[in-house]
Design a protein. Structure first.
Length: 178
C-alpha cells in the first residue's frame, strides 16, 4: 500500500514542550495537501501498585480548565529522549516521591496519531518505597494519593478520571492479567 509522501516541511511554532510543523504532502492518488503535526517527545506513564493501593496524581489541566486525576506520566526535561524504563522511574519519583523495585513494561500508546507524533510507554511499578517528590515548577499544584482498585475503576466510570492515556493504560494492565 502506498504511503503519504512528505514533499516539504516547515516549523510553525516551538516551545520547551512541543513543536508544530506543517508538511506539504502528496496522497497515494497523487493529490496534494497540507498536514499539521504536533511534535512531542516520548512519554512514560506509570501504574504504581502497592498491595491493594494504586497511586494517582491530581493537577489542574489548563487546556480543559479542570483538575484531573490520572496516573503519573510525563516526558524528560528539555524534550530529551530517555530509555523508557528510566523515564518511567524518573516520572514516578518526581510526581509522587515513590520508587519502584520493579518496572514491568505493559505496552505502548499513541496519544493522538491523527495529529501528533507523541508515543508513550506504560509501566507497572511494584516493590514500592515512599520518599519525597521532586516536582517540576509547572507541577506545583499537583498532589498524589493512594486509592483502592475499586475506587480507581469507579472514578473512571464516574468521569472523575477522564485522561485517555490513563484509561488506555488501565486496559493494558487488565490485558496483562493484573
Amino acid at each position: 500500500m502506498t504511503q503519504i509522501e512528505r514533499l516539504a516541511s516547515r516549523e510553525v511554532y516551538r516551545n520547551p514542550w512541543m513543536a508544530l510543523r506543517e508538511d506539504d504532502i502528496r496522497r497515494p492518488d497523487g493529490s496534494g495537501g497540507v498536514y499539521a503535526v504536533v511534535e512531542k517527545p516520548t512519554y512514560a506513564l506509570v501504574i504504581a501498585i502497592d498491595g491493594d493501593r494504586i497511586a494517582l496524581v491530581e493537577q489542574y489541566r489548563y487546556p480543559i480548565g479542570l483538575r484531573r486525576w490520572e496516573f503519573p506520566q510525563g516526558t524528560a526535561p528539555g524534550a530529551r529522549e530517555l530509555d523508557p524504563a528510566e523515564l518511567a522511574a524518573q516520572e514516578l519519583r518526581e510526581e509522587t516521591g515513590l520508587r519502584a523495585a520493579h518496572l514491568e513494561r505493559l505496552g505502548q500508546l499513541d496519544v493522538a496519531p491523527g495529529m501528533s507524533s507523541q508515543r508513550g510507554w506504560v509501566f507497572l511499578a511494584t516493590g514500592i518505597t515512599e520518599g519525597e517528590h521532586e516536582r517540576e515548577h509547572e507541577e506545583q499544584d499537583m498532589h498524589s494519593a493512594w486509592f483502592a482498585r475499586a475506587e480507581v475503576e469507579q472514578m473512571m466510570r464516574d468521569g472523575v478520571i477522564t485522561d485517555a492515556q490513563s484509561i488506555a493504560a488501565w486496559a493494558l494492565l487488565l490485558l496483562a492479567g493484573r
